[in-house]
Design a protein around this ligand. Structure first.
Ligand code: GLN
Length: 456
């Protein structure tokens, strides 16, 4: 813990930690020492971690990287962080992210962007660690903490993991409780671990998940011992290669990485088959209707009364002015854009054309996966991202769709509720990490992690 705290002090330029909690960390570390001495050390005893700013942490500012939550210090602890502390984890502080988890570059944040510790060979440009869990990815990759929590609504664990050469798993929807995590799109949001390798991911996921009566969508299912399932034996498994993911213009390097990954799994005894997930091309548009729709409803609660920031009013202004000014001042531009899109697709005249249509597409996407699994596929292998990390400011927000295209491989499985893991499997010609993604059957994170283990 002391070594991490020291590393964090020297790494302000990365912008990863946005609230540091050294007192809490040292106190928790002491308690962990005592437990170890007493011979009662749980799985994560004394392990220093960072926590994404989206998680409510008792007595510690939790802002979801938004100016609208300035000054908000929760009176309660999210279920996931409370379970992690119960398992002995030590909290070093809160981590940067895209505001309300909306973004793929950690540039939409009230704290200023998080920076990727990796650089292109021979080029000093600052690169993004991806998003929205960019601070988590940057902190783990730079050895500021041993692991971090992330959340994944449409790729926010897997894309930053791939951009920084670390491992991240988005579990099955319902595996981890969402209680106490600031909501973005409630039918898609899931928490998950971001770690240095697959074994750490298995151990941390174990501590994070389980049934919680405070989240009605949390599954009342036993949690297997994920670490014990890491045998590395994947003989006889069938791995599907979805032909629709071979998108036009896919860089040669990504396509080679994908082929190499398939070969590695084949060498380990898996059977590789080409599969079709015919509705894949509709996933991105469906996601960018459903996620903003849910966000526009979830974010209605930030009204200047219940949480955080409230705008100053001039003489003669009333409650409506207060709402308007507070929200205009407090929400960043991307969040405002999502609220407008979401409100539009839910409005009476457009509900059927957009929101209902997107929900139908979502059902078809889910069915694509169900059909593949019913045909005997155990896991699906695909790239995690269409490129390696890009530069900060490079994908600028004049055309938000450019940024949305980053999520082309990641959003699909959120719509289907499935687990997905990103593992680093190589470097590109610029010396930057690239990751592959494995998508698994619902509730079979153990098997999925074991297949990922074979790719490591
Ligand atoms: N980039 C996606 C978005 O902006 C992913 C977000 C996420 O998974 N939280 O919505």
């Amino acid at each position: 813990t002391e070594a991490c705290l020291k590393a964090i002090e020297g790494a302000d330029a990365l912008g990863a930690f946005v609230h540091k909690t050294p007192e809490i960390a040292l106190e928790q570390a002491k308690a962990a020492d005592a437990r170890i001495k007493a011979g009662d050390a749980p799985a994560m005893c004394g392990l220093p971690i960072g926590v994404k700013d989206l998680f409510c942490t008792k007595g510690v500012p939790s802002q979801a990287a938004s100016a609208i939550l300035e000054g908000f210090t929760p009176e309660y602890e999210s279920t996931v962080t409370s379970q992690l502390f119960g398992a002995g984890a030590v909290m070093l502080g809160k981590l940067n992210m895209d505001e309300f988890a909306m973004g793929s570059s950690n540039e939409n944040t009230c704290y200023g962007p998080a920076v990727n510790p990796w650089k292109r060979t021979g080029d000093d440009a600052k690169l993004t660690p991806g998003g929205s869990s960019g601070g988590s990815a940057s902190a783990v990759a730079a050895d500021l903490c041993l692991a971090a929590t992330g959340t994944d609504t449409g790729g926010s664990i897997r894309q930053p993991a791939a951009f920084t050469g670390i491992t991240g798993i988005k579990p099955t929807y319902g595996r981890c409780s969402r209680w106490g995590i600031v909501a973005y799109a409630s039918s898609l949001d899931q928490a998950g671990p971001m770690t240095k390798d697959v074994r750490d991911a298995a151990i941390m996921l174990q501590a994070m998940c389980g049934h919680d009566p405070k989240d009605s969508t949390s599954a009342d299912l036993p949690v297997p011992d994920f670490e014990a399932m890491l045998t590395g034996d994947i003989r006889g498994k069938t791995i599907g290669i979805p032909k629709e993911y071979r998108v036009e213009g896919m860089p040669e390097e990504i396509s080679k990485l994908w082929d190499d990954g398939a070969k590695m799994l084949a060498d380990a005894g898996a059977k590789i088959v080409e599969i079709s997930l015919p509705h894949t091309k509709y996933a991105l548009p469906a996601y960018y209707v459903i996620a903003p729709a849910e966000a526009s409803s979830n974010l209605a609660r930030y009204d200047g009364v219940r949480y955080g920031h409230r705008a100053k009013l001039s003489q003669g202004e009333g409650i409506n002015d207060m709402y308007e000014k507070t929200r205009a001042e407090g929400f960043g531009l991307e969040v405002q854009r999502r609220i407008m899109v979401g409100t539009y697709v839910l409005s009476a005249g457009f509900y059927d054309a957009y929101y209902n249509r997107a929900r139908k597409v979502r059902t078809l996407i889910k069915k694509d996966f169900e059909d593949a699994f019913a045909a005997g596929v155990d896991a699906i292998l695909a790239p995690a991202t269409p490129s390696s990390a890009f530069g900060i400011g490079e994908m600028k927000t004049a055309d938000p769709v450019q940024m949305y295209l980053q999520d082309v491989f990641t959003v699909t499985l959120n719509l289907a509720g499935l687990p997905g893991v990103a593992v680093p499997t190589g470097l590109d010609s610029k010396g930057l990490p690239l990751g592959l993604q494995l998508i698994g059957r619902p509730w079979e994170e153990g098997d999925l992690l074991n297949t990922a283990y074979a790719l490591e």
